[in-house]
Design a protein around this ligand. Structure first.
Ligand code: NAI
Length: 248
């Protein structure tokens, strides 16, 4: 299959920030690989909205925690497309939280977040840079979090995973910069998605200078910028998208 457009893979694109990012990158002209794991209906909805907006996409399913399955799914997809097709963008958006105070947290809960939020992005960055190095171009954006910059009580596992993502962003940027590949992160604050439904909004917004939660589209706009040539001299950077909650 000849793919004239550059390909962008967005993980966790069945909902929230991932869905908004997939839609935005399709508008930007990418052929979007809409990744999902369990939420098949959400993935299909993203693809449908991309087509409705005149864009193009393909669905891809795997658990980001399983490196062999992820690599197999990606290898299978890229076998069907022209070997010359350019894989320009990886957005590591998929992630979970499973909160609790450190003293009460089980090994299983701690490790589940580490596996999803560190191992998953690592497996995908490893797979992606191998391909991007051959074509000598590409842009990777990791979705970190304000919690990874500041810490957050009740989220020792999540904060650690998102801080690690920033460290991995800096490290990989140094490794692959000479090959023309950029690696950046975004650190959203409070964004109105399924992930924050349990947060007492009225109390939290008082602390946010812009006095509201952000939208998934506002994060997607920043990711779009980091994937585009508009940010061609930015790498290893973490861009905060938090309404001024933690000026950086
Ligand atoms: P969400 O729950 O809608 O999105 C998370 C996505 O990750 C879902 O599509 C889910 O299916 C996918 N996912 C989780 N584990 C997976 C696995 N093992 N394999 C494959 N896919 C998996 O929530 P939201 O808010 O859109 O989150 C997206 C990213 O943004 C996450 O990494 C989250 O940590 C980060 N973030 C969100 C903030 C917020 O306020 N909503 C703030 C800071 C960061």
């Amino acid at each position: 299959m000849k793919q004239n457009k550059s390909i962008a893979l967005v993980t966790g694109a069945s909902s929230g920030i991932g869905q908004a990012t997939a839609l935005r990158l399709a508008q930007d002209g990418f052929h979007v690989l809409v990744h999902f794991h369990q939420n098949e209906a959400g993935g299909a909805e993203t693809a449908k909205r991309i087509e409705a907006g005149g864009g193009s996409s393909a669905l891809i399913r795997f658990d980001v925690r399983e490196s062999a399955a992820a690599e197999q799914a990606l290898d299978d997809y890229f076998k069907q497309v022209d070997p010359e097709s350019r894989f320009e963008v990886l957005v590591n958006n998929a992630g979970i939280h499973s909160d609790g105070l450190a003293g009460m947290m089980s090994d299983k809960v701690f490790e589940s977040v580490i596996e999803s939020n560190i191992n998953g992005p690592f497996y995908l960055m490893r797979w992606s840079v191998r391909r991007m190095i051959r074509q000598r171009s590409g842009s990777i954006v990791n979705v970190s979090s304000l919690a990874g910059q500041t810490g957050n009580p009740g989220q020792i596992n999540y904060a650690a995973s998102k801080a690690a993502l920033i460290a991995m962003t800096k490290t990989l940027a140094m490794e692959v910069g000479p090959r023309g590949i950029r690696v950046n992160a975004v650190a959203p604050g409070f964004i109105d998605t399924a992930m924050v439904t349990k947060i007492p909004k009225e109390q939290v917004v008082e602390r946010i200078p812009l006095r509201r939660f952000g939208t998934s589209e506002e994060v997607a706009n920043v990711i779009s910028f980091l994937c585009s040539s508009q940010s061609s001299y930015i790498t290893g950077h973490t861009l905060s998208v938090n309404g001024g909650l933690f000026p950086s």
